[in-house]
Write a protein of this length. Structure first.
Length: 417
């Protein structure tokens, strides 16, 4: 019996490992399993492959190979950049935004508990950043400004080149979390002018468990993970060779698929988004239309809960994400959408579709075939809906309270229907 087909529209969460990447990994799981730090030839040849992969990852962002340090993930890379800035400058203030990934938000909160000061900049209603406000918020004791390149929930792209220029004018280090960008937009660290940049391999069709931190040449750096002499003393711990080799191969592929992401994938995204906004009433896109990642759309469906939408989509094989901060039934809205001023009820009804190079037009058709009836079914039973029979005199707050009380049973009823 064949497995049911999966219609995967959650590429901002993680990506399918490319077959070419799997092929590149296998020899380093079966044959070349030596420790790259060993002095003998069996280990030295493995080290050589690590350095080849470093060159491919460096080329992806137009960096020098020595500026690339391999880490375990994007979270570690983000934390490492901020940690280093605080240690090397002796300053105690960090400037970031309210829409960063939790890797930054939660690390900032941890730093505050340790006595550091962190400023979280607000964003505009379309998710964009006010550069004047950013410039005014830099203080004499600011160690680093950390602003993501593109938002993982809305796809909104920030003007990192301008952010970095402001930082240089103030003598402050600049970091960008670029995890969502490779393979979708060209990255050139020379043009951007940042001091630090983070990537994570599993966002570009490589395995989980390996990331990268770019450290600009001559930038002082204090290691976050302290151990042996690996990564030229910048990151202790034996290198995950198979994953690093996979990262290098994925970097090559990402450079080759840039055009496809910005043409075919963008066209699929636009067809999906435009059809939903045109044919399903009471829907709205969250975030600016441009500049935006070519694969991402975040749409609010009024009068429904995103978690119920996701469960019903899952029944027909469709994978996508909620705009919620947690996908385990929490009613707390996404911190990103909240920072944009999206009303809480609308934020709780927001769904993100993030496409990739393996998506097809037939898969988009499958979504458009099933989504309208799913939304209508949920609206028919939703006490948030002004047309619901229990709401002759529609009261938003009363409906919200009732909905929160009945959410679990409403979702159960929808699933069993």
């Amino acid at each position: 019996m064949s497995e049911p087909k999966v219609y995967y529209f959650d590429n901002n969460a993680t990506t399918r490992i490319a077959p070419e990447v799997v092929d590149a990994m296998i020899p380093f799981l079966r044959e070349f399993w030596g420790n790259p730090s060993s002095a003998y030839q069996f280990g030295a040849q493995v080290h050589g492959h690590v350095e080849v992969a470093r060159g491919h990852v460096a080329a992806l962002i137009n960096a020098e190979p020595k500026e690339v340090t391999f880490t375990s993930c994007g979270t570690e890379s983000n934390n490492s950049a901020i940690h280093s800035a605080l240690r090397t400058t002796g300053k105690r203030h960090v400037l970031t935004t309210k829409v960063e990934h939790s890797a930054n938000i939660n690390y900032g909160e941890a730093l505050e508990r340790q006595g550091h000061e962190v400023t979280y900049l607000p964003v505009e209603s379309d998710g964009s950043l006010d550069l004047h406000r950013l410039e005014q918020s830099i203080r004499p004791d600011t160690a680093i400004v950390s602003v993501m390149y593109a938002n993982n929930e809305t796809g909104v792209v920030f003007p990192i080149e301008e952010v970095a220029a402001i930082c240089r004018s103030k003598g402050v280090l600049c970091h960008t979390d670029a995890v969502q960008v490779p393979g979708k937009l060209k990255i050139d660290v020379r043009q951007l002018g940042v001091d630090f940049l983070s990537l994570s391999a599993h966002k570009l069709h490589a395995p989980k468990g390996v990331g990268m931190l770019y450290v600009k040449r001559r930038t002082k750096y204090a290691p976050y993970v302290i151990g042996g002499h690996q990564e030229r003393g910048r990151r202790g711990g034996t290198e995950s060779v198979a994953n690093i080799v996979a990262f290098g191969r994925a970097a090559e592929l990402a450079m080759a698929t840039l055009t496809e992401e910005n043409t075919r994938v963008r066209a699929l995204r636009d067809r999906l988004e435009n059809w939903i906004l045109t044919h399903i009433p009471n829907t709205i896109r969250n975030g600016a239309k441009e500049p935006r990642l070519p694969n991402t759309t975040n749409i609010a469906f009024d009068f429904v809960e995103a978690e119920a939408v996701l469960m019903l989509l899952d029944q027909v094989g469709i994978c996508c994400s909620s705009g919620s901060a947690c996908t385990t039934g929490s009613l707390d809205p996404s911190h990103v959408l909240s920072a944009m001023g999206v009303p809480a009820m609308r934020a709780r009804g927001s769904v993100r579709f993030s496409l990739g190079i393996y998506n097809t037009g037939e898969e988009v058709d499958h979504v458009l075939e099933h989504l309208p009836r799913i939304i209508q079914r949920l609206r028919d039973i939703s006490p948030l809906n002004p047309g619901h029979p229990d709401n002759d005199q529609y009261d938003v707050e009363a409906a919200r309270r009732k909905h929160e009380e009945d959410l679990a049973s409403a979702q159960a009823e929808a699933i069993s229907a």
